[in-house]
Structure formats: C-alpha cells, structure tokens
Design a protein around this ligand. Sequence first.
Ligand code: GLP
Length: 273
Amino acid sequence: MDIIIRESYDEMSVYAAAVIANFVKSKPNCVLGLATGSTPIGTYKELIRMHKEEGLDFSQVKTFNLDEYLGIGIDLSTPYEKDQSYARFMYEELFKHINIKEENIHIPDGKTKEPEKFCKWYEDEIKKAGGIDLQLLGIGGDGHWAFNEPGSSLGSRTRVQALTKQTLDDNYESFYKKAGIKREDMPHFAITMGIGTILEARNILMIANGKKKAGVVAKCLEGPVTSQITASAIQLHSGGITVVLDKDAASELKNLDHYIHVEKMKRSMGMLI
Ligand code: GLP
C-alpha cells in the first residue's frame, strides 16, 4: 500500500489526478471506477486541465460510478444546485469537460423501477467491460466506501442500501442544504456497488482531506478490518493500492513517520510518480 501525504487539498488532488492520468496514458481503453462527494472535485478539475492543456485522451475510457441516490436521476433542465443526483455531479464536475463517449459512462440508475434487476445488470456490465482497472474512492464520515454503511458485509455486491443518520447529516451539509432542499426530503436509500464489487477492482486509489476525516482514516488504515468501517476492507485488497491524503487527514495516523519515510525511499528508487 502506497500512502502518500501532501501538504494541501490541491496537492492531494494533483497527485491523485496524476495517478489516474498515468493509468489512462498507459492503457487508453482502461475501465475507471469513479466517485462523487466534495473530495474528488479537485482531482476532476486537474484531469480536466490535463485534457484541455495536455491532450489527455478519454475517448476510449469506460467509467463505472460507485453509487447513486435511489429515487432521483439527472435532470439537465433544472439548475445544477437543485439537481442532487450523482449523475448530474459527474456530468458537471467531469464528463461535460472531457472527450469521454456517452455510451462509455455507467452510473447506477436512481430512477429504476426494478432496483434488484438493475443491480444485477450493473454487476454484469462491469464484468462485460473486463472489470475495473482503477477504482477512485473517497471515505465517508462513518468510514464507508460508496454507500456501504456500517454493518455492510465485506463481501457485499451492488444493491440498495439504507443511509445512516451520519451520512444524511454529512451530505445534507455538503450538498442538499445549499440547494434549499429540506433534510427530511433527502433520499434515504441509495444504489451502491458492494465492498466485494469494489475489492475486485485491480487497483485502488483512495483520497481524503481535512481534519474531519483524520479519525476515520486512521481507523480505516490502521484499525481492525471491520464491517463497522467498511473502507477498512482496503487492508484486504490484493492489487495496487494508493492512498493520497492531505496532512490534516493524515494527522491521526500512528505510523505517520514511517509512511513518510517509505514514500521518500520509494521515490528515490523511482518507484513512485
Ligand atoms: C458520499 C459518497 C461516497 C463519498 C462520501 C464522502 O457518501 N457516497 O462515495 O466518499 O460521500 O464525501 P465527501 O468527499 O464529500 O466527504
């Protein structure tokens, strides 16, 4: 596991984008797993810059998003801040700025009338695409990946999941409040890839920033593997893992000095970008 610590959110974002860009350059038809939330916005900004200024090419890239709120879907006729779907987020924060083909974008359909059937179809589509090469992930305040709330099985697959009070509070503060949407009107369920689905990605790139995430990041990376902190499943992943943190999110790591030392060593040996 490569744990990379950067001074600021912007530096964390630039590093994470470089990991993704390197991947896209080395395998132009790669399959990327993508995430939403406030954390990846800077990473997407940097990818957009690379596309516009350096010609980073997404024309053959396929994407699968982690999750979507159940009951809502993209509606381009409403202003962005009123449309809280993750599909809209992805369109505004990344897709509309790069040369990705619409048919290569996959996001769970929050408007599906048959969620169970849809979830199975989504899993099949990931398989048909050859599996996910690189999965980008944030971490929720309660330690979740995607919407795998505490208690989700570490072998879980794509399914409907009820959201915890903490997740509703966090996402209300970050997104819904600004849109003038009442807390009680937020969707209480979501479609999410499972932890088992995520662990099948060949490579994982997790990002986190801010003091608010420090405790949960430490539990995820250094605590026991537990369904109470579903992101702790990162410790079970057998492929390439890169964790990029800003210094605030890294501040409660017990072995911080060791990670900084390892990063220096690996960089001096040309093993890191
Ligand atoms: C939501 C998403 C997660 C994301 C988390 C953290 O719950 N489903 O994929 O990691 O929010 O969001 P933020 O980056 O805003 O802290």
